[in-house]
Design a protein around this ligand. Structure first.
Ligand SMILES: C[S@@+](CC[C@H](N)C(=O)[O-])C[C@H]1O[C@@H](n2cnc3c(N)ncnc32)[C@H](O)[C@@H]1O
Length: 272
C-alpha cells in the first residue's frame, strides 16, 4: 500500500514507470484508463471543442490529452496532474507527436488548481477524480476555472452507494492499493450542483466495462501475458491478474460503476 496524504493523494507516485508501462500494454500507449479513443469520444459526444481552451484534469501519461489535441482541433489543451512521472511521459509524447505547441502539461500538489479563474471553455477528465475524496472541493475548483457557459464532460469510477463497501469491494480496493476516494453518483451530482453547475447528469457505464474488463483479464492471462511480463515482470503481472479478478466481482455485482458525468456552468447572464 502506498502512503497517502489526507486528501487521498500519494506521497510517492502511484502511477510510476512500471504502472505506465503495464497499463500501456493493456490499454494503449499513454492510456491509464480503459476504452481507448472510442471511450474518450463517447465522453465528449456533442461537445464543441473547436478553437476552445480545454483542461484535462488528471491527465496521466497524456495519451488522451494528445488524442483530444489531434482530433478535436481545440485551440489548446492543458493536461494537469499531481504526479511527476506521468507529466514527464506526457511532455515527451507531445514533443514526439509534434503537438507541444497546443498540448501543455502542468503538475502541482493536490488542492487548489494552479490556474486563474475562468480560464477554460471545457473541463474534461477521465478516471482521475476517484483520487480526490472531497468531491465538494473538487467541483468548486473545476467550476472556478471554467468560463461562464463552459462545459464539464468526464468519466470516473464511482461506487453504487454511500454505505460501507461490501467485503468484495474492500478486497478489490485493497488489491488495487491506490488512493481511491470513491463516491456514489448521488454524491457527485450533489457536489456538482453545490458548486453551481446546472444540467448535471450521470450515466452508468457498468454494463460496458463489466464486459470489457472480462476481456482484459482473458487477454492478460493469454495473448498479452508475455508482452506484459516483458514490460514489468511476472510478479507485477500476477498481482494485476489478482486485482482484475477482484474487480470483476464488483463489476458483476454492480457496486463498481464507471460513470460518465456532464454539466454546464451557467453563462454570465444566466447566473442566479
Ligand atoms: C487512472 S489515472 C487516469 C489518467 C488519464 N486521465 C487517463 O485516463 O489515461 C488517474 C490519474 O489521476 C491522477 N491524480 C491523482 N490524484 C489527483 C489529484 N488530486 N488531482 C489531479 N489528478 C490526480 C493520477 O496521478 C493519475 O495520473
Amino acid at each position: 500500500m502506498v502512503a497517502t496524504d489526507e486528501d487521498g493523494a500519494a506521497a510517492e507516485p502511484e502511477y510510476d514507470e512500471a504502472a505506465i508501462r503495464f497499463l500501456g500494454v493493456l490499454w494503449g500507449e499513454g492510456y491509464l484508463s480503459p476504452g481507448g479513443p472510442a471511450e474518450v469520444d463517447r465522453v465528449l459526444a456533442g461537445v464543441d471543442l473547436g478553437g476552445k481552451r480545454v483542461l484535462d484534469f488528471g491527465c496521466g501519461a497524456g495519451g488522451i490529452t494528445l488524442h483530444i489535441a489531434k482530433t478535436y482541433r481545440s485551440a489548446d489543451i492543458v493536461g494537469y496532474d499531481v504526479e511527476q512521472p506521468v507529466i514527464d511521459r506526457a511532455r515527451a509524447a507531445a514533443v514526439a507527436a509534434g503537438l507541444s505547441s497546443i498540448a501543455q502539461f502542468v503538475s502541482s500538489p493536490p488542492g487548489r488548481l494552479p490556474f486563474a479563474d475562468e480560464q477554460f471553455d471545457v473541463v474534461f477528465s477521465k478516471d482521475a477524480m476517484i483520487h480526490v475524496s472531497d468531491k465538494q472541493a473538487l467541483f468548486a475548483e473545476l467550476f472556478r476555472v471554467l468560463k461562464p457557459g463552459g462545459v464539464f464532460a468526464a468519466s470516473d469510477w464511482l461506487i453504487g452507494h454511500d454505505g460501507e463497501p461490501s467485503p468484495d469491494m474492500k478486497d478489490y480496493i485493497a488489491a488495487e492499493g491506490l488512493s481511491f476516494g470513491m463516491a456514489s453518483s448521488r454524491r457527485y451530482l450533489r457536489a456538482m450542483a453545490a458548486a453551481g453547475f446546472v444540467d448535471c447528469t450521470a450515466e452508468s457505464r457498468n454494463g460496458w466495462y463489466r464486459e470489457v474488463a472480462r476481456g482484459e483479464l482473458a487477454r492478460l492471462k493469454g495473448p498479452l501475458h508475455d508482452e506484459a511480463v516483458a514490460a514489468v515482470g511476472a510478479a507485477y503481472v500476477e498481482k494485476n491478474i489478482r486485482t482484475w479478478t477482484a474487480m470483476q466481482k464488483v463489476l458483476d455485482s454492480g457496486e463498481h460503476c464507471p460513470t460518465h458525468l456532464r454539466a454546464n456552468k451557467p453563462a454570465a447572464g444566466e447566473r442566479l
